[in-house]
Ligand binder design. Structure first.
Ligand code: ADP
Ligand code: GLC
Length: 467
């Protein structure tokens, strides 16, 4: 598995949860699996074993990178780390708020070093790549290394976690990552006058997956195809929608971390303590315990529907409930949320941060969880919410449509503030029927989105690839 993030080493979003948990679940099924990651600053070198202390990676004339390869084992899964301090020893994974200008080189070196690892140290049957950062793996293998016997027979699967991120760069990036100008064609990497790495990966991978059945259909249509719907339709036979699983060892009300109390579907009493704890965390008085509490944990990105919240901010704030939001990302949404909280003290509280502890507190302590996404390839928080008895209120798109139904949560279709408000109002009204609400919570908690089923689907796909 080749990826730019994996729990527990490096995470900005759901990709990390998926790579870490899928690798462990495949290992649990008896498969031999290893994960390759860049050694970012957040991965300490102490505790890693050196696999190769010097490897010369040439991207282009004069562009030489001295790389080393390190190894650790986590939960029986070997992790390999590609180390190159000038490229990866920085704050953040991709550059925040602006992308690092040398991201093409950073991930090209990562992909080339991964190929060296595969050739010399750890040979798999399938290379499972994730997102644009690893799309150069199939591109290199099927173009400039096409005649290299070391990679013959190797099958490549590329998983698209989010088509909104394609790795699009100026035309000169092609030479910077060591590829010839002949690939600057519409049926290769050219994309409206620029270079698109994910597009190349989609062209050259043996098989493609994305992270829910509905999203697999949506990306083949213009509305959510981000300019690649034609190509994805052309590769439709190779594209599969495999729903993500949830790692219930990290996200579980009975055993999970950072909870004021544990609870289960049979004994929900602990959830009230978690709610009290969450209210306190966000500075609300204990009297608010009787009011419905709505939570959100999200990257602050246009994907996630914050413009809808902005549209009906006043109406939402006027409802008889409390709202807590944890998020980090786009400064525009940070400012919007801060202003919203400032205008509604005692009703709305916002924490601008990336904080795993508070994320768990919200999952455990809130009554409802809001995800009004414009699009959502899979979404994990609604799956975690179901398990925590925290009823999801979601827009019916992508994985949200596939995992939440009318008996476990509330869904709206139109991407409008009005539709969002209507769904929230329905949820708030339903909350008043305490017995009905508890039933709804229990139905959600009984859903099983554990990795077993998803990992079995990946295993079947690997097998179909290797014959
Ligand atoms: P995406 O990958 O698009 O961000 P997902 O729902 O698949 O969306 O996964 C998001 C993951 O990142 C979840 O594990 C969620 O708890 C976590 N997360 C998102 N924002 C924050 C934050 N501000 N603090 C802590 N965890 C966060
Ligand atoms: C992406 C998507 C999210 C998905 C995650 C893991 O970040 O935005 O919907 O759950 O990848 O596949």
């Amino acid at each position: 598995m080749v990826a730019s993030e994996a729990v527990p080493y490096a995470k900005t979003g759901g990709l990390a949860d998926v790579v870490g948990a899928l690798a462990a679940a495949l290992r649990g099924r008896g498969m031999e699996v290893a994960v390759v990651l860049p050694r970012y600053r957040c991965v300490a070198r102490e505790g890693l074993a050196c696999v190769q202390d010097s490897l010369a990676v040439w991207l282009a004339a004069g562009s030489l990178h001295d790389v080393s390869i390190w190894r650790a084992v986590h939960g029986e899964v070997p992790y390999y780390f590609i180390d190159c301090p000038p490229l990866y020893d920085r704050d953040g994974l991709y550059g925040d708020p602006a992308d690092f200008p040398d991201n093409p080189e950073r991930f090209a070196v990562f992909c080339q070093a991964t190929l060296a690892l595969v050739r010399d140290h750890w040979r798999p049957d399938v290379l499972h790549c994730h997102d644009w950062q690893t799309a150069l793996v199939p591109i290199y293998i099927r173009t400039r290394l096409a005649a290299d016997p070391s990679f013959m027979g190797l099958k490549i699967l590329l998983t698209i976690h989010n088509l909104g991120y394609q790795g699009i760069f100026p035309k000169d990036a092609l030479a910077r990552v060591g590829l010839g100008q002949s690939l600057f064609r519409p049926d290769a990497l050219e994309f409206y006058g620029r270079v698109n790495l994910l597009k190349g990966g989609i062209q050259y991978a043996d098989a493609l997956t994305t992270v829910s059945p509905t999203y697999a259909k949506e990306i083949q249509e213009p509305e959510l195809g981000f300019g690649l719907d034609d190509l994805l339709r052309a590769r439709g036979d190779a594209l599969h929608g495999l729903l993500n699983g949830a790692d219930y060892s990290h996200w579980n009300p009975e055993t999970g971390p950072y909870q004021a109390a544990h609870y289960s579907a049979e004994d929900l009493s602990g959830k009230r303590l978690c709610k009290a704890d969450l209210l306190k965390e966000f500075g609300f008085p204990t009297e608010d315990l009787e009011l419905p509490l709505l939570g959100m944990v999200s990257r602050l990105d246009s994907q996630k529907g914050f413009d809808l919240i902005e549209e009906v901010a006043e109406e939402l704030a006027a409802e008889d409930c409390r709202i807590v939001i944890l998020g980090s990302g786009d400064p525009k949404y940070q400012a919007m949320l801060r202003d919203w909280a400032k205008a509604n003290p005692g009703r709305i509280a916002v924490r601008i941060a990336y904080d795993n502890r508070v994320a768990h507190q919200i999952e455990a302590g809130a009554d409802m969880f809001l995800m009004p996404s414009r699009y959502e390839p899979c979404g994990l928080n609604q799956i975690y919410s179901l398990r925590y008895g925290t009823v999801p209120v979601v827009r019916a798109t992508g994985g949200l449509a596939d995992t939440v139904d009318e008996t476990t949560g509330f869904k709206f279709r139109d991407y409008t503030g009005e539709a969002l408000l209507e769904a929230v109002r329905q949820a708030l009204a339903a909350y008043q029927d305490r017995a009905g609400w508890t039933e709804r919570m229990r139905r959600g908690m009984a859903q099983d989105f554990s990795w077993n089923a998803s990992a079995a689907r990946y295993a079947a796909l690997y097998e179909s690839l290797t014959g």
